[in-house]
Design a protein around this ligand. Sequence first.
Ligand code: FE2
Length: 145
Amino acid sequence: MDKLIELMKKLLADLSAYRIKTQYYHWNIEGPDFREYHAFLNEIYDAAAEDVDSVAEHIRALDAYAPGSLGRFMELTSIKDETTVPNALEMISRTYQDNQRVLASAKAACSVADDLKEHGVLNFLEGLIDDYEKQAWMLRATTKK
Ligand SMILES: [Fe+2]
């Protein structure tokens, strides 16, 4: 069970970093397709914010405390902090790479939940993976030349 909790904490940190970074891009994106990118990124960070809450509540249901500080998230996440303002396509391409990191964390936790027969968490993670795979398709399609 400790392994699953650890992986769920990592997923929580990744989703929190993803939410912050995609909202940052939503604010600062520029270019002729501004309105579309701005709205697309809004959908992404709204979904991530909801998923952050659900992952934290599943950690509590596993009888562990959910991390919630920026410092702890920085230690746990593999998503790189963003301080620059890249161009629109670069923002979408970085968002795609980060979406893949979220997916990798979710899949790692999912496989352990499956081994442990933790069906509630397993079911939740399968739904989340489905959502982020669909989002990956949209991000890939947006950057295709
Ligand atoms: Fe906004």
